[in-house]
Design a protein around this ligand. Structure first.
Ligand SMILES: Nc1ncnc2c1ncn2[C@@H]1O[C@H](COP(=O)(O)OP(=O)(O)O)[C@@H](O)[C@H]1O
Ligand SMILES: [Mg+2]
Length: 263
């Protein structure tokens, strides 16, 4: 469903020849969960932002293609792009607190993509929001609908973000370090939730993390990013048990062994 080919992203502010993403190619099939790992600064978020159309277009130059069901997102109209973003593709980021409006109740924020992309009545939007919040396993959706972000824990806020992402039943979810700010127990719950959404709704997921151990729990295939390039790719077992690159070995070695049993 998603096919990225020779994607290159250059920030105009960066020196000549310094590309944040350098000719990467990968695809995410229907119902697949693909993991993307790499050190901080390796180009993971820039890739996710390019796919979701969130790069500041004036400040970057992109080349290559990003095809979502055959439509090249780098070469389509703003109108087409907006339409796809609301329905086919949704994003969950690391910091729910910065993505949510602190002075707006949770419910209307979960409904946002329906407000923008559909003509559903307020009542229908509310029903959909409550259903999405239940699917994101938030306890007491009706109660939480009326709350403000500061009244919820980090884990709950990430569930709110997931509810907002799945409300329009996207076929592809881009999850950029969605569990990084959370403690391990909550992290495991969010991973289980994403797995459930994938299994029950067939949602494809591009799951990004600097933590190979988190990616391992969720993904069948892993892409390893270093300095803007995909330096290694393969099944989770291949990457873990037969890494080809020293860089990948270093990422594996960086996993703290004492917390292994928690995952
Ligand atoms: N707004 C920006 N302006 C200039 N360079 C940027 C900007 N955002 C990211 N970059 C560069 O792109 C590269 C990849 O960043 P990023 O995708 O955020 O890394 P990751 O998510 O893997 O930690 C970095 O080298 C960073 O310097
Ligand atoms: Mg990042």
């Amino acid at each position: 469903m998603l096919e990225v080919k020779d994607l290159r992203v250059h920030f105009c502010s960066a020196p000549e020849g310094h590309d944040a993403v350098k000719d990467i190619s990968f695809s995410v099939g229907d119902g697949e969960i693909i993991g993307m790992v790499g050190e901080s600064g390796s180009g993971k978020s820039v890739t996710a932002m390019a796919v979701s159309g969130l790069l500041p277009m004036g400040a970057v130059e992109c080349s290559g293609s990003i095809c979502l069901d055959g439509l090249d997102l780098l070469n389509c109209t703003q109108e087409e792009l907006r339409c796809r973003q609301g329905t086919d593709l949704a994003v969950v980021f690391q910091e729910p607190m910065t993505s949510l409006d602190p002075v707006m109740k949770i419910g209307p924020q979960v409904e946002e993509s329906l407000r923008i992309h559909t003509k559903l009545s307020a009542k229908e939007q509310r029903a959909a929001a409550l259903a999405a919040m239940a699917a994101a396993e938030l306890p007491d959706p009706k109660g939480i609908y009326e709350k403000y972000p500061h009244e919820l824990s980090g884990g709950m806020l990430q569930r709110v973000m997931i509810a907002a992402a799945i409300i329009s039943h996207p076929r592809l979810l881009l999850a950029d370090e969605p569990t990084t700010a959370l403690d391990v127990t909550i992290q495991a719950q969010i991973l289980a939730l994403l797995k459930k959404i994938n299994a029950e709704c067939g949602t494809s997921i591009l799951f990004i993390s600097h933590n190979l151990n988190v990616v391992r729990k969720l993904c069948s295939q892993i892409l390893v990013m270093n300095k803007g390039r995909i330096v290694e790719r393969g099944s989770t077992d291949q990457i873990f048990y037969h890494p080809q690159e020293d860089y990948t070995r270093r990422l594996i070695a960086a996993i703290p062994t004492r917390t292994h049993w928690l995952y």
